[in-house]
Design a protein around this ligand. Structure first.
Ligand SMILES: Nc1ncnc2c1ncn2[C@@H]1O[C@H](COP(=O)(O)OP(=O)(O)O)[C@@H](O)[C@H]1O
Ligand SMILES: [Mg+2]
Length: 248
């Protein structure tokens, strides 16, 4: 199977929120594995009232020698039920230093295991730069979905970062919001195809992230509706890609 890496080039456009909203709307009957591989630290455990352990740090300690799907499975946590897919999370530690050390310790091996995991895999790689220990996860994946806001600064950073890193996977953009530029304008300026868009929806984002109350009814918000559609597009894309690979 193949996996999708989510990342940003600059700032905080909403990568982790997108990962969480994809998880919350992933289609019923599928199995999703969400990997928090942001070298700046994880956020999902605290946002979803989970423990940080087991997670990336315990996996790095346990997987120092052998890392396979079974070992990975022992360090995952169930994401709170949302009536959709079965979602398991590898939470990252809050502290950046711990996250970077863990990712570096897993270098070469986490990517390899993720390629073999059955089911769908999404990896939150945080902000990408040349020194990021998450870069090898991006390169091992099928698709890098670069998340950005439709403004000049984000477009500029996305295009220069892509030129500098030239990822070995397919690359597309996910645009958060529609102002001041349209998603098509943004994709054209970055020079990468548009994967999809999600709206700027501060209320749903804050609720999803546990910043304000209201997780009930959240699935009807514009953010989650758009995420559901984006998730379906990603699944179709990966299935097509796998079929093409199988056909040689
Ligand atoms: N689609 C969105 N609409 C409005 N606000 C958002 C959206 N996505 C994220 N945010 C807000 O932006 C901030 C950063 O989000 P986060 O997902 O942590 O960004 P990143 O992972 O890129 O650093 C949070 O306060 C979050 O609520
Ligand atoms: Mg993040």
């Amino acid at each position: 199977m193949s996996f999708v890496a989510l990342a940003s080039a600059k700032g905080s456009p909403g990568v982790t929120t997108l990962a969480a909203s994809l998880a919350a709307t992933w289609p019923v009957g599928r199995e999703l594995l969400l990997i928090e591989a942001d070298p700046a630290g994880g956020a999902l455990a605290s946002r979803f009232d989970l423990r940080a352990d087991p997670g990336l740090v315990s996996l790095a300690a346990a997987g120092r020698r052998d890392l396979d799907e079974e070992v990975l499975g022992q360090h995952l946590q169930q994401m709170p039920g949302n009536g959709s897919a079965t979602v398991r999370l590898l939470p990252g530690p809050v502290a950046a230093e711990q996250a970077s050390v863990a990712l570096s310790a897993l270098r070469g091996r986490l990517a390899e295991v993720l390629e073999r995991v059955p089911g769908d895999v999404i990896v939150d790689c945080g902000r990408l730069d040349a020194g990021s220990p998450a870069l090898e996860l991006v390169n091992a994946g099928t698709l890098l979905a670069l998340v950005l806001r439709p403004n000049v600064a984000d477009v500029h950073h996305a295009s220069t970062r892509l030129a500098a890193l030239s990822p070995r996977c397919l690359v597309g953009v996910v645009v958060v919001g529609d102002r001041p530029y349209s998603a098509d304008e943004v994709a054209a300026a970055v020079g990468a195809p548009l994967i999809g868009t999600v709206p700027a929806d501060p209320r749903a984002a804050a609720a999803l992230n546990g910043e304000v109350g209201m997780r009930r009814g959240i699935e009807r918000t514009p953010l989650l509706r758009a995420s559901r559609k984006l998730g379906e597009q990603l699944i179709d894309f990966l299935a097509m890609n796998d079929a093409l690979k199988a056909a040689g």
